[in-house]
Design a binder for this molecule. Structure first.
Ligand code: HEC
Ligand code: HEC
Ligand code: HEC
Ligand code: HEC
Ligand code: HEC
Ligand code: HEC
Ligand code: HEC
Ligand code: HEC
Ligand code: HEC
Ligand code: HEC
Length: 318
């Protein structure tokens, strides 16, 4: 029998717990934004009157450098759209430019992005980008909720990293704000993020999703870890239950650890004893009495070798 608690089930539980929590929270706290739950954002309402727009070629006459760079970026494509001028080129992001031009470059007559509230910035981008699984949940991301806008990470005109128009490349981009996370990846045992073998965004959706910690899931909506560690997926004839129910994090530190195999505990037996006690007092099987915790019995996986699950033995011996 497999007892798989699929991620979507976890999500449903989390969502229920969360909405119960936020109801209580908002009673006592009337902050601008509720930190627990996303709120529908007002999107940017594009003015549609064509006479307000001048077209990118006009912008070029005074902003030659910006235009030349713009031509080399993916946003150049927007100038070919058959949709109205409000979806094209410079003005798709900066808004209608006629008044700005007639004012001889009056800065107060154009949306500059500079010092604008994060929400206003992101809404301009989301007008085109909120479709598709990757971006549809930006509203609920911790980034959005904490006023980190698209242009904290992306720069349409001055990208240091051309691909994806990034302000700078990973992981430096992320360390820029998550300074405390850097030390995780400097531990003796860690995922080789610093060496570029895997990226923060392999595990996290920086644009937001449904899981806590902005974690990604596999296509089958399982823990993201299975994406690469396919051999741990099973299903096994004999599952080690916590692998699926409580997740990899019940034994491993996902970023990095001072212990081999990214384990949470320096001593293997103490890790197992967190759940398997020496006395029978829970639903988890207790240790047989001959497991006397002498040296021999401390290295649990020297006997229970298939610790993530086995097709051959209920005690994971093979
Ligand atoms: C994809 C959205 C987008 C498009 C398209 C776009 N801009 Fe910008 N523009 C921005 C953002 C965001 C900033 C703020 C600075 C930054 O983060 O790069 C900016 C800043 C500027 C600035 C301020 C000076 C500077 O160098 O930052 C000027 C001038 C400007 N844009 C002109 C233009 C012109 C001209 C075009 C068309 C050729 C254009 N923009 C197309 C988003 C856009
Ligand atoms: C007639 C020349 C002219 C044209 C045409 C023009 N601009 Fe400007 N633009 C200026 C000048 C001058 C400034 C002010 C520069 C300054 O004060 O630093 C400016 C400033 C800006 C800024 C703000 C830069 C900042 O430092 O904050 C943006 C954004 C901008 N223009 C976008 C556009 C867009 C988009 C178009 C096309 C719709 C456009 N401009 C067309 C002359 C022009
Ligand atoms: C916390 C940083 C961060 C924020 C905030 C962010 N992005 Fe990204 N975005 C990235 C990174 C990093 C990548 C590249 C991912 C990769 O290398 O696979 C990316 C990729 C993209 C891509 C190209 C790949 C794709 O999946 O389509 C688009 C488009 C994009 N972002 C748009 C946006 C928009 C629009 C916003 C705001 C609503 C935004 N991003 C906010 C970091 C960020
Ligand atoms: C008018 C629609 C439109 C707006 C507004 C817009 N984009 Fe885009 N964006 C596009 C299109 C089209 C592409 C190219 C997609 C492709 O090549 O498949 C693109 C591509 C991108 C990419 C991917 C670059 C790559 O290398 O693949 C990023 C990142 C991005 N946009 C960020 C932004 C940000 C940040 C904003 C707001 C400042 C923004 N966009 C506003 C239409 C838009
Ligand atoms: C401009 C600053 C900034 C940048 C750059 C940035 N973040 Fe964040 N991030 C934040 C803030 C602020 C929060 C919310 C507060 C917190 O949890 O620290 C957050 C939250 C998160 C969370 C959720 C944490 C939780 O407890 O739920 C993850 C995961 C995350 N960021 C990953 C990334 C990744 C991956 C990158 C690089 C692609 C990145 N961040 C880049 C500022 C940033
Ligand atoms: C191998 C997958 C993986 C990679 C790669 C990864 N993370 Fe995480 N990260 C996780 C998991 C899983 C959690 C949740 C841990 C928990 O709930 O205790 C997490 C938690 C976080 C948090 C929440 C705070 C915390 O410490 O719990 C932040 C912020 C974060 N990661 C940022 C990053 C950044 C930045 C990078 C790249 C430098 C990165 N992560 C790379 C899997 C990963
Ligand atoms: C994008 C692919 C990828 C994802 C997603 C991923 N890993 Fe890994 N993991 C690797 C690679 C590659 C290695 C080998 C690292 C090396 O050789 O430096 C590794 C190594 C490990 C190791 C150490 C193996 C050893 O022999 O020491 C553990 C434990 C581990 N991962 C657990 C996890 C957990 C838990 C998650 C989910 C939070 C996860 N991984 C997500 C790619 C991934
Ligand atoms: C019940 C605790 C536990 C859970 C839950 C768990 N692991 Fe492990 N894992 C271990 C132990 C203990 C080792 C070390 C085995 C050894 O060294 O003999 C290990 C080793 C590993 C290794 C390196 C050796 C190998 O077998 O490839 C990887 C990779 C790994 N685990 C990934 C994962 C992933 C991915 C998950 C979630 C799907 C997960 N683990 C869940 C206890 C656990
Ligand atoms: C997070 C809690 C947890 C941790 C940590 C944990 N286990 Fe388990 N283990 C369980 C649960 C729950 C079961 C299944 C109980 C059941 O089938 O009813 C189980 C089952 C087992 C079984 C099979 C017992 C049987 O009767 O089928 C063995 C053997 C085992 N674990 C060994 C270990 C070892 C060795 C470690 C340390 C590397 C470990 N466990 C760590 C929770 C845990
Ligand atoms: C020298 C080999 C060996 C080592 C080392 C070892 N075990 Fe066992 N384990 C066994 C044997 C043999 C059984 C009994 C299988 C049976 O009942 O047929 C067993 C059974 C178990 C069971 C199942 C109990 C039940 O009644 O269902 C658990 C749980 C368990 N061991 C946990 C551990 C933990 C935790 C460690 C490390 C502290 C450990 N084992 C170390 C050989 C070992």
């Amino acid at each position: 029998m497999t007892r798989r608690l699929r991620l979507w089930q976890v999500v449903v539980f989390a969502a229920l717990a969360c909405s119960a929590g936020t109801a209580a929270f908002s009673d006592t706290n009337n902050k601008k934004k509720n930190k627990d739950e996303p709120q529908a954002q007002k999107s940017y309402g594009r003015p549609t009157d064509p006479s307000l727009y001048v077209g990118s070629d006009t912008c070029r006459t005074c902003h030659e450098d910006i235009f030349k760079n713009f031509e080399t970026t993916p946003h150049w494509k927007t100038t070919f759209t058959k949709k109205g001028p409000e979806w094209q080129g410079c003005e798709a992001c900066h808004g209608p430019g006629k008044e700005h031009v007639e004012g001889g470059g009056d800065k107060s007559k154009i949306f500059t992005f500079k010092d604008k509230p994060a929400e206003q910035v992101s809404n301009r981008c989301l007008g085109c980008h909120e479709y598709g699984e990757e971006h549809a949940n930006f509203d609920r991301s911790q980034h959005n909720i904490n006023d980190v806008s698209c242009i904290a990470c992306h720069s349409p005109h001055h990208a240091k990293e051309k691909q994806f128009l990034l302000v700078t490349k990973q992981p430096e981009l992320c360390y820029g704000c998550h300074t405390d996370i850097k030390q995780d990846f400097n531990r003796p045992f860690r995922h080789r993020v610093e060496q570029g073998l895997i990226q923060c965004t392999d595990c996290h959706n920086q644009h937001g999703g449904f899981l806590t910690k902005q974690l990604r899931a596999t296509a089958a909506q399982d823990q993201v870890c299975f994406k690469c560690h396919v051999d741990k997926t099973g299903p096994f004839a004999f599952e080690h239950v916590p692998v699926k129910t409580e997740g990899c994090g019940s034994c491993h530190q996902p970023h990095g650890s001072t212990n081999p195999r990214l384990l949470k505990r320096a001593q293997m037996n103490l890790l197992c004893l967190e759940c398997h006690t020496l006395t029978q007092d829970s639903s988890v099987p207790s240790l047989p009495s001959f497991h006397n915790q002498s040296q021999k019995y401390q290295a649990c996986t020297s006997c229970h070798v298939q610790i993530h699950g086995s097709n051959f033995d209920e005690f994971f011996f093979k």
